[in-house]
Design a protein around this ligand. Structure first.
Ligand SMILES: Cc1ncc(COP(=O)(O)O)c(C=O)c1O
Ligand SMILES: N[C@@H](CCCC[NH3+])C(=O)O
Length: 419
């Protein structure tokens, strides 16, 4: 069931016609569907019904909007965070500190202190150096930090190079063949309670076989660690499940993923932690934009929209595909280059794309923009940040204000000595 569908020839988010949002909030604007977020959260949870003891920690980086986090908190989700900024958001959305997992290769001392003070559930340590530092800080505060050691399993996730995280030469985690030794060293530190291992091999995985290989390697490691006398009670399996970006594209379902996880981990006897991001939020959002004008090109025309690479960076950054669709389609199509107004050729959403026919003033959406959309925005070309809205049935709310260029100008100073 798609909550972004045509009704009487007009694209709606649930029961709200998108032209209404454009009229009241302006464009570009992100539109999220509460019903979709809830459905995805439920489907992912139900896919893991066979896993007796688990925490599903939403990857906040994929969509950190407070209202989105609140929807997921209501669904019993915790949070996977990679900065204290994300931690503060999770806490502000009412997620209990013990349901927060802190990942990331570059946690600063200040961040460790704040997370320890907040009493978060688990630190995923990404190096021996980080573990020793955290142990020293926690001990100094009279605390013991519950931790897992992130393992780099040297598995190719088969996804885009820039979002692969589990290959041997990626910056994440510790090499699996050094894990036993590092685990032993950190386990003897008073400030940390090293109780598990963690893995995350990449994002937008179109095949679960690499995940299965990584989990199998983790299983062997766990057996080895237990054999060496360590107690392993928690294992974090990360996120990574891909979602369809193209119409008709079929990817492994949460149910297939869940069945694989249940099979690989059945004898582990641990609490499993999951960190899904995209699979929950990706198809729960669109970026609504207006066509500024259509310009003749050398070959195909340029459809210039008011959204740009600063609002949705994925096409410029990864060459990612986002489906482009008219809000009031006529049934006719065109072949066009879909571009934003930014002064870079890279500000191109699609080249030579067969798409709905649009003209100046028409509304259109980029689909699958609920994850790694607004969260990756920049203010390049002094465009500010676009607004975000959440639809619920036949109502909607602005859940993030548009931040205009003036906010940035007001935050800047010209020193007197330049006057
Ligand atoms: C440590 C960690 N956990 C979870 C995620 C979420 O991944 P995804 O959105 O692909 O589920 C990421 C991003 O890839 C990550 O780096
Ligand atoms: N930003 C990436 C995903 C990165 C995942 C973070 N570990 C994307 O848009 O696909």
């Amino acid at each position: 069931m798609d909550h972004f569908a045509l009704k009487d020839g007009v694209l709606h988010a649930e029961n709200v016609p998108l032209p209404q949002i454009a009229r009241e909030v302006g464009t570009p604007v992100y539109v999220y569907s509460r019903a979709t977020l809830e459905r995805h959260a439920r489907v992912f949870r139900e896919a893991l019904d066979e896993v007796p003891d688990k925490l599903i920690a939403f990857a906040v980086k994929s969509n950190p909007n407070l209202a989105v986090l609140k929807v997921l908190q209501n669904q019993g989700y915790g949070a996977d965070v990679v900065s204290v900024g994300e931690m503060r958001r999770a806490l502000a959305a009412g997620i209990a500190p013990e349901m927060i997992v802190f990942s990331g290769v570059g946690k600063t001392r200040r961040e460790m202190i704040e997370a320890l003070e907040a009493g978060i559930g688990q630190f995923n340590i990404e190096s021996e150096e980080e573990g020793l530092e955290l142990a020293e800080i926690a001990e100094g505060m009279g605390l013991t930090a519950d931790c897992a050691l992130r393992i780099n399993p040297d598995v190719d996730a088969g996804t885009h190079d820039k979002i692969s995280t589990g290959k041997g030469d990626n910056k994440f985690g510790v090499p699996i063949d050094q894990a036993g030794q590092i685990f032993g060293k950190l386990a003897s530190q008073k400030g940390v309670n090293l109780r598990g291992v963690a893995v995350h091999i990449g994002s937008q995985l179109a095949d679960i076989t690499p995940l299965e290989s990584a989990f199998a390697k983790l299983g062997e490691l766990i057996a080895g660690l237990r054999g060496a006398g360590h107690t392993i009670t928690h294992v974090d399996l990360g996120g990574g499940l891909g979602v369809p970006y193209r119409k008709g594209e079929v990817l492994p379902s949460p149910a297939e993923y869940g069945a694989m996880v249940a099979c690989v981990t059945k004898d582990w006897g641990v609490k499993l932690i999951f960190e899904p991001g995209r699979v929950i939020a990706g198809n729960a959002g669109v970026l609504l934009t207006e066509v500024v004008r259509v310009k003749r090109g050398l070959n195909n025309p340029f459809v210039i929209v008011d959204a740009a690479m600063n609002d949705l960076a994925r096409p410029a950054l990864y060459g990612a595909y986002h489906h482009f669709e008219a809000v009031t389609p006529t049934g006719e199509s065109m072949i066009a280059n879909i571009v934003g107004p930014i002064c870079e050729t890279g500000d191109t959403f699609a080249r030579d794309r067969q798409c709905d026919l649009v003209k100046s003033g028409d509304l259109a959406v980029f689909r699958t923009a609920g994850a790694y959309g607004a969260t990756m925005a920049s203010s390049y070309n002094s465009r500010g940040f676009v607004a975000e809205t959440l639809v619920d049935g036949d109502k909607f709310a602005v859940v993030a204000d548009r931040v205009g260029a003036d906010s940035f100008i007001n935050a800047e100073r010209v020193p007197d000595w330049l006057e």
